[in-house]
Design a protein around this ligand. Structure first.
Ligand code: FAD
Length: 380
């Protein structure tokens, strides 16, 4: 006989697993329902800023998630000629690490398993109710004290609860891939850097994630059909970014197809005893590298706000408290991430001036790095 409160979570991605671990570590009986046949990361590499790293520490997943990670010293933007537009040193008091997504997901999964979380795969939630229920095909219903939809941008839980205000897909999107890293990939002046190169509306982002692998993101608008084709047209991309032909030539078949970015906004993050978070509730374009960080920190914050709740009737009020403390920062980050993406559509010369001005303006930098500078709820 147990009197633990129960949580049923739809979605075993970054946000779902962080939430599951945080709840289970606080005594909840948690089950994650994932539609894939295994917990599997989609994507290639990922930036984790100070806020996300603190969450990983709080969940006991930091060491595993960051083993062998790359820690850049500068974030650099370059123009079509390969000239530096702006080279911003990364403040050493704030950590920024880049890792393979698979490493992050594995570390979160192991934190879940250590805390006793149960994982059910091939389980696609098709709906939910405000009474803590997740609905599955064949009229199957899972009843819990708390249900949570962390089921990504096309969230069925969000739709079923009627919480959606906006789900917009951007014109811009990215192809993502991982290539093997070679020791002579970067000249002496390029060592230790994250390098973002622009040429017209195409963007090429180079992110080392370990000594062995480099993550590449190839970004372009939907209308640029040749650039968004997979297999990647290497000659076309090398023509736009000739300095990086040696990396482009190494692009293999393990490439995530071009996908537009999603922006989601909801009238509320919960209804009764069912909540949504992560991309389901607050997806943002990846320009600040914070969508995953926000998903993890919001999952931890949810669990912290439920501390002390022993009666399921108190859950709706705790969820409202959670939303009222977390929403402002997350929406701030979402706004600035959208704004950053707008520079894509400026003529090259104008973009250069805007990027240079923005990166050297302390007020703008404070807005962009606000989430990274903030200690998330539940962390030290
Ligand atoms: C190009 C690109 C680059 C990015 N770079 C970064 C970065 O550097 N740093 C960063 O912090 N963020 C980054 N992000 C954002 C980040 O990937 C997301 O914000 C993050 O993955 C959100 O986590 P989530 O758990 O909410 O959703 P997801 O990671 O999408 O996970 C959702 C999970 O739910 C499962 N699922 C879906 N529907 C159902 C269902 N009905 N029932 C059961 N399971 C279901 C899916 O299979 C998946 O496992 C990037 C995004 C993009 C597109």
């Amino acid at each position: 006989m147990t009197n633990k409160l129960t949580a049923a979570i739809a979605g075993g991605g970054i946000g779902g697993l962080a939430t599951a671990a945080a709840l289970a570590q606080r005594g909840w009986d948690v089950t994650v329902y994932e539609r894939q046949d295994a917990l599997r990361a989609v994507g290639a590499g990922i930036y984790i800023w100070e806020n996300g790293l603190r969450v990983l520490e709080a969940l006991g997943a930091y060491d595993e998630a960051t083993a062998g990670a790359f820690r850049g010293t500068h974030f650099e933007q370059r123009d079509a000629q390969g000239q530096i537009i702006e080279s911003a040193p990364i403040d050493t008091s704030k950590r920024l690490l880049t890792v393979p997504r698979s490493t992050l997901l594995e570390a979160l999964k192991n934190a879940c398993l250590r805390a006793g979380v149960k994982v059910v795969t091939r389980a696609e939630a098709i709906g939910a109710t405000s009474r803590g229920e997740l609905l599955f095909p064949n009229n199957e219903t899972v009843q819990a004290d708390l249900a949570i939809g962390v089921d990504g941008i096309w969230s069925k839980v969000r739709s079923a609860l009627g919480l959606e205000l906006l789900h917009e897909q951007t014109r811009e999107g990215a192809i993502r891939t991982m290539i093997p890293a070679h020791p002579d990939d970067f000249g002496p002046q390029d060592q230790g850097k994250y390098i973002e190169c622009w040429n017209g509306e195409r963007r090429f982002l180079i992110t080392p994630v370990s000594e062995k692998e480099t993550y590449l993101a190839l970004t372009c608008p939907y209308e640029d059909q040749a650039a968004r084709a997979v297999p990647v047209d290497k000659a076309l991309w090398a023509e736009s970014f000739p300095q990086w032909k040696h990396l482009i030539d190494r692009i293999g078949e393990a490439t995530v197809h071009w996908g537009a970015y999603s922006i989601t906004r909801c009238r509320a993050w919960s209804s009764g005893r069912t909540a949504i978070l992560g991309d389901a509730a607050h997806a943002q374009p990846p320009n600040l590298g914070q969508g995953g960080g926000m998903a993890m920190q919001n999952g931890l914050a949810l669990a912290v706000n439920l501390e002390g709740v022993t009666d399921k009737r108190d859950i709706p009020a705790a969820l409202e408290r959670w939303e009222s403390t977390e929403r402002e920062l997350i929406e701030h980050c979402q706004r600035w991430s959208i704004l950053y993406g707008e520079v894509t559509y400026l003529p090259d010369e104008v973009r250069n001036r805007v990027v240079r001005g923005a990166m050297s303006d302390p007020w703008i930098a404070a807005q962009i790095f606000r989430a990274a500078n903030h200690a998330p709820t539940g962390t030290k």
